[in-house]
Design a protein around this ligand. Structure first.
Ligand code: PMP
Length: 351
Protein backbone atom coordinates (compact mmCIF):
# COMPACT_ATOMS: atom_id res chain seq x y z
CA UNK A 1 0.00 0.00 0.00
CA UNK A 2 1.38 3.43 -0.90
CA UNK A 3 2.10 5.74 2.03
CA UNK A 4 0.80 8.59 -0.14
CA UNK A 5 -2.69 7.17 -0.43
CA UNK A 6 -5.61 8.67 1.45
CA UNK A 7 -7.59 6.45 3.81
CA UNK A 8 -10.37 6.39 1.24
CA UNK A 9 -8.10 5.25 -1.58
CA UNK A 10 -6.54 2.59 0.63
CA UNK A 11 -9.95 1.16 1.45
CA UNK A 12 -11.24 1.01 -2.14
CA UNK A 13 -11.77 -2.28 -3.95
CA UNK A 14 -11.95 -1.08 -7.58
CA UNK A 15 -13.79 -2.74 -10.46
CA UNK A 16 -11.70 -5.08 -12.60
CA UNK A 17 -12.71 -4.97 -16.28
CA UNK A 18 -12.45 -7.95 -18.62
CA UNK A 19 -9.10 -8.60 -20.23
CA UNK A 20 -8.18 -6.47 -23.28
CA UNK A 21 -5.32 -8.42 -24.85
CA UNK A 22 -2.78 -6.32 -26.72
CA UNK A 23 -2.38 -8.81 -29.56
CA UNK A 24 -5.02 -9.84 -32.07
CA UNK A 25 -4.62 -13.58 -31.69
CA UNK A 26 -7.81 -14.12 -29.70
CA UNK A 27 -11.43 -14.34 -30.72
CA UNK A 28 -12.66 -11.88 -28.13
CA UNK A 29 -15.94 -12.95 -26.55
CA UNK A 30 -15.19 -11.58 -23.06
CA UNK A 31 -16.29 -7.93 -22.80
CA UNK A 32 -19.64 -7.79 -24.63
CA UNK A 33 -18.42 -5.64 -27.48
CA UNK A 34 -20.31 -5.73 -30.77
CA UNK A 35 -18.55 -7.84 -33.44
CA UNK A 36 -19.62 -5.47 -36.21
CA UNK A 37 -17.99 -2.12 -36.93
CA UNK A 38 -19.84 1.11 -36.08
CA UNK A 39 -22.11 2.70 -38.68
CA UNK A 40 -19.99 3.96 -41.63
CA UNK A 41 -21.87 7.25 -41.20
CA UNK A 42 -20.51 7.54 -37.64
CA UNK A 43 -16.94 6.97 -38.87
CA UNK A 44 -17.44 9.59 -41.57
CA UNK A 45 -18.83 12.09 -39.05
CA UNK A 46 -15.84 11.52 -36.73
CA UNK A 47 -13.47 12.08 -39.67
CA UNK A 48 -15.13 15.36 -40.58
CA UNK A 49 -15.17 16.49 -36.94
CA UNK A 50 -11.44 15.72 -36.72
CA UNK A 51 -10.86 18.00 -39.69
CA UNK A 52 -12.95 20.82 -38.26
CA UNK A 53 -12.75 22.60 -34.93
CA UNK A 54 -10.63 20.52 -32.54
CA UNK A 55 -8.81 23.72 -31.64
CA UNK A 56 -11.96 24.82 -29.81
CA UNK A 57 -13.48 23.42 -26.62
CA UNK A 58 -16.60 21.32 -27.21
CA UNK A 59 -20.12 22.45 -26.29
CA UNK A 60 -20.25 21.71 -22.51
CA UNK A 61 -23.97 20.98 -22.61
CA UNK A 62 -23.77 18.71 -25.69
CA UNK A 63 -26.96 20.28 -27.07
CA UNK A 64 -26.82 18.82 -30.58
CA UNK A 65 -26.38 15.26 -29.29
CA UNK A 66 -29.03 15.70 -26.60
CA UNK A 67 -31.47 16.94 -29.21
CA UNK A 68 -30.75 13.93 -31.41
CA UNK A 69 -31.36 11.57 -28.49
CA UNK A 70 -34.53 13.45 -27.50
CA UNK A 71 -35.90 13.09 -31.04
CA UNK A 72 -35.04 9.39 -31.03
CA UNK A 73 -36.97 8.74 -27.79
CA UNK A 74 -39.73 11.31 -28.43
CA UNK A 75 -38.67 13.36 -25.39
CA UNK A 76 -37.19 16.87 -25.08
CA UNK A 77 -33.52 17.67 -24.56
CA UNK A 78 -34.30 18.66 -20.92
CA UNK A 79 -34.90 14.93 -20.33
CA UNK A 80 -31.45 13.96 -21.62
CA UNK A 81 -27.99 13.71 -20.07
CA UNK A 82 -24.90 12.33 -21.81
CA UNK A 83 -21.61 11.06 -20.44
CA UNK A 84 -18.35 9.33 -21.27
CA UNK A 85 -19.90 5.90 -21.29
CA UNK A 86 -22.79 4.88 -19.07
CA UNK A 87 -20.24 4.08 -16.37
CA UNK A 88 -19.58 7.80 -16.00
CA UNK A 89 -23.30 8.57 -15.84
CA UNK A 90 -23.73 5.96 -13.10
CA UNK A 91 -20.73 7.42 -11.28
CA UNK A 92 -22.51 10.81 -11.28
CA UNK A 93 -25.92 9.36 -10.46
CA UNK A 94 -24.85 7.58 -7.27
CA UNK A 95 -23.79 10.72 -5.36
CA UNK A 96 -26.53 12.77 -7.05
CA UNK A 97 -29.43 10.61 -5.83
CA UNK A 98 -28.33 8.27 -3.04
CA UNK A 99 -27.28 8.77 0.57
CA UNK A 100 -25.11 7.35 3.30
CA UNK A 101 -28.04 6.65 5.60
CA UNK A 102 -30.69 4.81 3.55
CA UNK A 103 -29.54 1.81 1.53
CA UNK A 104 -29.56 1.60 -2.26
CA UNK A 105 -30.98 -1.74 -3.41
CA UNK A 106 -29.63 -3.77 -6.29
CA UNK A 107 -29.60 -7.50 -7.09
CA UNK A 108 -27.05 -9.69 -5.30
CA UNK A 109 -25.62 -10.89 -8.61
CA UNK A 110 -25.15 -7.87 -10.84
CA UNK A 111 -22.77 -5.39 -12.44
CA UNK A 112 -19.86 -5.03 -10.00
CA UNK A 113 -19.53 -1.32 -10.58
CA UNK A 114 -22.60 -0.65 -8.38
CA UNK A 115 -20.99 -1.65 -5.06
CA UNK A 116 -17.75 0.02 -6.21
CA UNK A 117 -19.48 3.41 -6.64
CA UNK A 118 -21.39 2.98 -3.38
CA UNK A 119 -18.11 2.32 -1.60
CA UNK A 120 -16.34 5.24 -3.32
CA UNK A 121 -18.97 7.72 -2.16
CA UNK A 122 -19.58 6.13 1.23
CA UNK A 123 -23.18 5.26 0.35
CA UNK A 124 -25.25 2.60 2.09
CA UNK A 125 -26.37 -0.36 -0.02
CA UNK A 126 -28.07 -3.72 0.39
CA UNK A 127 -28.26 -6.52 -2.13
CA UNK A 128 -31.57 -8.19 -2.92
CA UNK A 129 -31.35 -11.98 -3.36
CA UNK A 130 -32.05 -13.43 -6.80
CA UNK A 131 -33.36 -17.02 -6.95
CA UNK A 132 -31.25 -20.03 -7.99
CA UNK A 133 -31.89 -19.13 -11.63
CA UNK A 134 -30.90 -15.48 -10.92
CA UNK A 135 -34.49 -14.26 -11.38
CA UNK A 136 -35.31 -10.78 -10.07
CA UNK A 137 -38.77 -10.38 -8.46
CA UNK A 138 -40.42 -6.95 -8.37
CA UNK A 139 -42.05 -7.66 -4.99
CA UNK A 140 -38.62 -8.02 -3.35
CA UNK A 141 -38.05 -4.32 -4.02
CA UNK A 142 -41.15 -3.30 -2.07
CA UNK A 143 -39.17 -2.67 1.13
CA UNK A 144 -37.84 0.52 2.73
CA UNK A 145 -34.85 1.81 0.74
CA UNK A 146 -32.97 4.90 -0.37
CA UNK A 147 -33.03 4.15 -4.10
CA UNK A 148 -32.88 1.25 -6.55
CA UNK A 149 -30.54 0.27 -9.37
CA UNK A 150 -31.89 -2.34 -11.75
CA UNK A 151 -29.88 -3.56 -14.68
CA UNK A 152 -32.19 -4.81 -17.41
CA UNK A 153 -31.09 -7.20 -18.83
CA UNK A 154 -28.89 -7.96 -15.83
CA UNK A 155 -25.15 -8.50 -16.16
CA UNK A 156 -23.59 -11.02 -16.12
CA UNK A 157 -26.67 -13.29 -15.89
CA UNK A 158 -28.56 -11.88 -18.94
CA UNK A 159 -31.80 -12.14 -16.89
CA UNK A 160 -34.49 -9.88 -18.32
CA UNK A 161 -37.25 -8.27 -16.29
CA UNK A 162 -40.58 -7.68 -18.03
CA UNK A 163 -41.63 -4.07 -18.40
CA UNK A 164 -44.67 -4.68 -16.13
CA UNK A 165 -42.35 -5.68 -13.30
CA UNK A 166 -40.30 -2.51 -13.80
CA UNK A 167 -43.53 -0.54 -13.59
CA UNK A 168 -44.49 -2.35 -10.38
CA UNK A 169 -41.13 -1.35 -8.88
CA UNK A 170 -41.70 2.27 -9.98
CA UNK A 171 -45.19 2.23 -8.45
CA UNK A 172 -44.02 0.94 -5.07
CA UNK A 173 -40.98 3.27 -4.88
CA UNK A 174 -42.31 6.67 -5.88
CA UNK A 175 -40.23 8.52 -3.28
CA UNK A 176 -36.87 7.13 -4.36
CA UNK A 177 -34.87 7.33 -7.56
CA UNK A 178 -35.04 4.13 -9.59
CA UNK A 179 -32.20 3.75 -12.09
CA UNK A 180 -32.79 1.23 -14.85
CA UNK A 181 -29.45 0.39 -16.46
CA UNK A 182 -30.31 -0.68 -20.01
CA UNK A 183 -26.81 -1.28 -21.41
CA UNK A 184 -28.13 -4.39 -23.22
CA UNK A 185 -31.78 -3.47 -23.87
CA UNK A 186 -31.53 -3.22 -27.66
CA UNK A 187 -30.97 -6.96 -28.13
CA UNK A 188 -34.62 -7.95 -27.67
CA UNK A 189 -35.81 -6.19 -24.51
CA UNK A 190 -38.43 -3.47 -24.07
CA UNK A 191 -37.09 -0.17 -22.77
CA UNK A 192 -38.47 1.61 -19.71
CA UNK A 193 -37.88 4.95 -21.49
CA UNK A 194 -41.59 5.01 -22.21
CA UNK A 195 -42.22 5.56 -18.46
CA UNK A 196 -39.95 8.62 -18.23
CA UNK A 197 -42.79 11.16 -18.54
CA UNK A 198 -45.03 9.25 -16.14
CA UNK A 199 -42.52 8.58 -13.32
CA UNK A 200 -40.37 11.58 -12.31
CA UNK A 201 -38.25 9.24 -10.15
CA UNK A 202 -37.10 7.10 -13.11
CA UNK A 203 -33.68 7.43 -14.73
CA UNK A 204 -33.00 5.13 -17.68
CA UNK A 205 -29.34 4.75 -18.60
CA UNK A 206 -28.23 3.43 -21.99
CA UNK A 207 -24.95 3.18 -23.86
CA UNK A 208 -23.59 3.37 -27.39
CA UNK A 209 -20.96 0.78 -26.47
CA UNK A 210 -23.00 -2.32 -27.30
CA UNK A 211 -25.80 -1.95 -29.84
CA UNK A 212 -24.04 0.92 -31.67
CA UNK A 213 -20.60 -0.74 -31.67
CA UNK A 214 -18.94 2.34 -30.16
CA UNK A 215 -17.33 1.02 -26.96
CA UNK A 216 -14.11 2.79 -27.99
CA UNK A 217 -15.80 6.19 -28.27
CA UNK A 218 -17.22 6.16 -24.69
CA UNK A 219 -20.72 7.56 -25.00
CA UNK A 220 -23.60 6.89 -22.64
CA UNK A 221 -26.99 8.57 -22.28
CA UNK A 222 -29.56 8.96 -19.53
CA UNK A 223 -33.24 9.76 -19.88
CA UNK A 224 -35.23 11.13 -16.96
CA UNK A 225 -37.22 13.99 -15.46
CA UNK A 226 -35.47 17.40 -15.86
CA UNK A 227 -34.97 17.51 -12.05
CA UNK A 228 -32.93 14.32 -12.24
CA UNK A 229 -30.98 15.67 -15.22
CA UNK A 230 -30.19 18.80 -13.23
CA UNK A 231 -28.90 16.65 -10.36
CA UNK A 232 -26.56 14.88 -12.78
CA UNK A 233 -25.38 18.20 -14.21
CA UNK A 234 -24.57 19.51 -10.74
CA UNK A 235 -22.31 16.54 -10.05
CA UNK A 236 -20.80 16.61 -13.55
CA UNK A 237 -20.02 20.31 -13.37
CA UNK A 238 -18.29 19.69 -10.05
CA UNK A 239 -15.79 17.44 -11.86
CA UNK A 240 -15.36 18.58 -15.45
CA UNK A 241 -17.71 20.90 -17.24
CA UNK A 242 -16.76 19.52 -20.67
CA UNK A 243 -18.61 16.26 -21.05
CA UNK A 244 -17.94 14.66 -24.42
CA UNK A 245 -15.25 15.66 -26.87
CA UNK A 246 -16.10 16.88 -30.35
CA UNK A 247 -15.31 13.56 -32.03
CA UNK A 248 -17.49 11.57 -29.66
CA UNK A 249 -20.41 13.94 -30.10
CA UNK A 250 -20.22 13.86 -33.89
CA UNK A 251 -19.92 10.05 -33.99
CA UNK A 252 -22.73 9.55 -31.50
CA UNK A 253 -25.15 11.78 -33.41
CA UNK A 254 -24.51 9.97 -36.69
CA UNK A 255 -24.75 6.52 -35.04
CA UNK A 256 -28.12 7.32 -33.44
CA UNK A 257 -29.47 8.76 -36.68
CA UNK A 258 -28.46 5.67 -38.67
CA UNK A 259 -31.37 3.53 -37.55
CA UNK A 260 -31.22 1.14 -40.50
CA UNK A 261 -27.64 0.09 -39.70
CA UNK A 262 -28.44 -0.27 -35.99
CA UNK A 263 -31.46 -2.46 -36.72
CA UNK A 264 -29.57 -4.64 -39.16
CA UNK A 265 -26.59 -5.28 -36.84
CA UNK A 266 -28.67 -5.87 -33.70
CA UNK A 267 -30.85 -8.31 -35.67
CA UNK A 268 -27.72 -10.17 -36.78
CA UNK A 269 -26.37 -10.37 -33.22
CA UNK A 270 -29.66 -11.66 -31.77
CA UNK A 271 -30.05 -14.26 -34.55
CA UNK A 272 -26.48 -15.48 -33.95
CA UNK A 273 -27.15 -15.58 -30.20
CA UNK A 274 -30.26 -17.74 -30.58
CA UNK A 275 -28.52 -20.07 -33.01
CA UNK A 276 -25.52 -20.42 -30.66
CA UNK A 277 -27.78 -21.34 -27.74
CA UNK A 278 -29.43 -24.09 -29.82
CA UNK A 279 -26.07 -25.41 -30.99
CA UNK A 280 -24.52 -25.73 -27.53
CA UNK A 281 -27.52 -27.28 -25.75
CA UNK A 282 -26.78 -30.78 -27.14
CA UNK A 283 -23.22 -30.41 -25.80
CA UNK A 284 -24.59 -30.37 -22.25
CA UNK A 285 -24.96 -26.64 -21.60
CA UNK A 286 -27.72 -24.93 -19.67
CA UNK A 287 -28.34 -21.28 -20.55
CA UNK A 288 -30.23 -18.51 -18.83
CA UNK A 289 -32.64 -17.08 -21.44
CA UNK A 290 -30.85 -14.06 -22.90
CA UNK A 291 -32.11 -10.78 -24.30
CA UNK A 292 -28.57 -9.37 -24.33
CA UNK A 293 -25.57 -9.60 -26.67
CA UNK A 294 -24.08 -12.30 -24.44
CA UNK A 295 -25.10 -15.62 -22.97
CA UNK A 296 -24.57 -16.99 -19.47
CA UNK A 297 -23.93 -20.70 -19.71
CA UNK A 298 -23.19 -23.63 -17.43
CA UNK A 299 -22.05 -27.11 -18.35
CA UNK A 300 -23.72 -30.02 -16.60
CA UNK A 301 -20.44 -31.87 -15.93
CA UNK A 302 -17.41 -29.74 -16.75
CA UNK A 303 -16.21 -26.89 -14.52
CA UNK A 304 -16.39 -23.36 -15.90
CA UNK A 305 -12.81 -22.68 -14.85
CA UNK A 306 -11.56 -25.67 -16.83
CA UNK A 307 -13.65 -24.72 -19.90
CA UNK A 308 -12.41 -21.11 -19.71
CA UNK A 309 -8.78 -22.32 -19.74
CA UNK A 310 -9.38 -24.85 -22.54
CA UNK A 311 -11.07 -22.19 -24.71
CA UNK A 312 -8.24 -19.75 -24.02
CA UNK A 313 -5.73 -22.37 -25.18
CA UNK A 314 -7.69 -22.54 -28.42
CA UNK A 315 -7.52 -18.76 -28.83
CA UNK A 316 -11.03 -17.93 -27.59
CA UNK A 317 -11.47 -15.51 -24.69
CA UNK A 318 -14.69 -15.71 -22.66
CA UNK A 319 -15.42 -14.35 -19.16
CA UNK A 320 -15.09 -16.51 -16.06
CA UNK A 321 -16.02 -15.09 -12.65
CA UNK A 322 -14.29 -16.60 -9.67
CA UNK A 323 -17.14 -15.70 -7.32
CA UNK A 324 -19.64 -17.65 -5.23
CA UNK A 325 -22.85 -18.71 -7.05
CA UNK A 326 -21.57 -17.82 -10.53
CA UNK A 327 -18.29 -19.72 -10.61
CA UNK A 328 -19.90 -22.54 -12.60
CA UNK A 329 -20.92 -20.17 -15.39
CA UNK A 330 -19.21 -18.62 -18.37
CA UNK A 331 -20.33 -15.35 -19.89
CA UNK A 332 -19.88 -15.45 -23.64
CA UNK A 333 -20.31 -12.34 -25.79
CA UNK A 334 -21.92 -12.92 -29.18
CA UNK A 335 -19.46 -12.56 -32.03
CA UNK A 336 -19.93 -12.90 -35.78
CA UNK A 337 -21.43 -16.11 -37.15
CA UNK A 338 -17.98 -17.26 -38.11
CA UNK A 339 -16.55 -16.57 -34.64
CA UNK A 340 -19.42 -18.39 -32.97
CA UNK A 341 -18.95 -21.38 -35.30
CA UNK A 342 -15.31 -21.52 -34.17
CA UNK A 343 -16.48 -21.26 -30.55
CA UNK A 344 -19.02 -24.08 -30.97
CA UNK A 345 -16.46 -26.25 -32.77
CA UNK A 346 -13.91 -25.62 -30.00
CA UNK A 347 -16.47 -26.71 -27.38
CA UNK A 348 -17.21 -29.89 -29.35
CA UNK A 349 -13.50 -30.72 -29.28
CA UNK A 350 -13.09 -29.89 -25.57
CA UNK A 351 -16.15 -31.73 -24.24
N1 PMP B 1 -23.94 -1.21 -17.25
C1 PMP B 1 -23.77 -2.52 -17.44
C2 PMP B 1 -24.75 -3.46 -16.85
C3 PMP B 1 -22.67 -2.98 -18.18
O1 PMP B 1 -22.46 -4.29 -18.34
C4 PMP B 1 -21.78 -2.05 -18.74
C5 PMP B 1 -20.61 -2.50 -19.59
N2 PMP B 1 -19.57 -3.06 -18.91
C6 PMP B 1 -22.00 -0.69 -18.49
C7 PMP B 1 -23.10 -0.30 -17.76
C8 PMP B 1 -21.04 0.38 -18.94
O2 PMP B 1 -20.96 0.53 -20.29
P1 PMP B 1 -20.27 1.81 -20.93
O3 PMP B 1 -19.55 2.55 -19.84
O4 PMP B 1 -19.36 1.28 -21.97
O5 PMP B 1 -21.39 2.63 -21.48
Amino acid sequence: MSRYWSELTASLVPYVPGEQPKDQKYIKLNTNENPYPPSPKAIEAIRSAAGADLRLYPDPSCDALRETIAAYFELTSEHIFVGNGSDEILAFAFPAFFSASRPILFPDITYTFYPVYAQLYGLAFETVPTDEQFRIQARDYNVPNGGIVLPNPNAPTARYLLIDEIQEILETNKDQVVIVDEAYIDFGGESAVRFVKEYPNLLVVQTLSKSRSLAGLRVGMAMGHPDLIEGLNRVKNSFNSYTLDRLAMAGAIAAIEDRAYFEETTRKVTATRDRTVEAIKPLGFETIESKANFIFIKHLHRSAKELFAALRDKGILVRYFNKPRIDQYLRVSIGTDEEMDTFIEALREII
